[in-house]
Ligand binder design. Structure first.
Ligand SMILES: [Zn+2]
Length: 319
């Protein structure tokens, strides 16, 4: 009885894996989240995902310690409730933990997906040797997780780690959270695309124009263009890095972390993003704190979420 199931509920896929106590992946798979995305449908699909993972393996249910689930949105791990989830439909105060636990007859713990990914990276990835570790995920939105002295920091309302909503521009673009000028409105994949498209409409010269006229751009096409020497794309990523650096300096000066790791698709942009990020962070950080911090790319990719969810479940069981 020492196998854990890790699940990462995303807008497109429910990713899952069976893990041994050291976090080694015994098997993994992904299942479509479906277009309904209502609480009832997602609960059903998540339950099926766990059952299918077990069916395809030789592991009996009696050997499963429990299921750790990472889910997007505002979550109370303690209460087992999803207060709301922006990319899902009609998610309000959903008792996700008890519903799935009942359906599977297994212990279940739920966590915010970015917190789970942060724990995954801290446990087995880019933050392995750190004591104070920050993960910042650069995806459609920007998420984060904070580990202080080897413990996940949630805050009294379990809403700590919302790194995407650090303000970097006074009166900047309106953010989904209601604020203006959050780093998410500048540096998330969708925001970068929006900024690029606006500039192209205003006549900026770039190799992306053709693609923009054919269909809409993606963050990936922007960093590929940068790699191929497109000055416009290079400048756009360089600028994005600067704003990320402003946010990073705030984190560095507040928490004195060992490592800040960046995950998500955009972290693949490499030096086009990271050199200005580091430069800006250095310029704005307390010297001794900047000397310590390593600013790196996260290493577990899409596996971080389910590995971390399983790991956090194990941590909870220890108590
Ligand atoms: Zn915001």
């Amino acid at each position: 009885m020492n196998i854990t199931v890790g699940i990462d509920i995303g807008g497109t896929f429910i990713k899952g894996a069976l893990l041994d106590p050291k976090g080694r992946i015994l098997s993994k798979d992904e299942f479509p989240t479906g277009s309904k995305r209502t609480p009832k449908d997602v609960i059903k699909r998540t339950t099926e995902a766990v059952s299918l993972l077990l069916q395809k393996s030789t592991i009996a249910k009696k050997n499963v310690l429990g299921v750790g689930i990472g889910c997007p949105g505002q979550i109370s791990s303690q209460k087992g409730i999803v207060y709301n989830s922006p990319n899902m439909k009609n998610w309000e105060n959903v008792p996700l933990q008890s519903e799935i636990s009942k359906a599977l007859s297994l212990p279940v713990e739920i966590f915010n997906d970015a917190n789970a990914a942060a724990w995954g990276e801290f446990w087995l990835g880019s933050g392995k040797n750190a004591s104070t570790f920050i993960l910042c995920t650069l995806g459609t939105g920007i998420g984060g997780g904070i580990i202080i002295d080897k413990k996940l920091y949630l805050g009294p309302d379990e809403c700590a780690g919302e790194l995407g909503h650090i303000t970097v521009v006074n009166n900047g673009p309106k953010c989904g959270c209601g604020n203006h000028g959050c780093i998410e409105t500048i540096a998330s994949a969708s925001s970068i695309v929006k900024r690029a498209e606006k500039k192209i409409r205003r006549g900026a010269r770039t190799t992306l124009t053709k693609e923009y006229e054919k269909n809409s751009l993606t963050a990936k096409s922007i960093y590929i263009a940068a790699k191929n020497g497109d000055a416009f794309s290079k400048e756009l990523l360089n600028d994005t890095g600067k704003y990320l650096g402003i946010a990073a300096a705030g984190i560095i000066n507040t928490l004195n972390p060992d490592i800040i790791a960046y995950g998500g698709g955009l972290s693949k942009a490499g030096k086009f993003l990271f050199s200005s990020l580091k430069e800006e962070a250095k310029r704005r950080s307390i010297k001794i704190a900047f000397k310590r911090v390593k600013i790196i790319k996260a290493s577990l990719g899409n596996d971080a979420g389910f590995i971390g969810a399983a790991g956090l479940m194990l941590e909870k069981r220890k108590k």
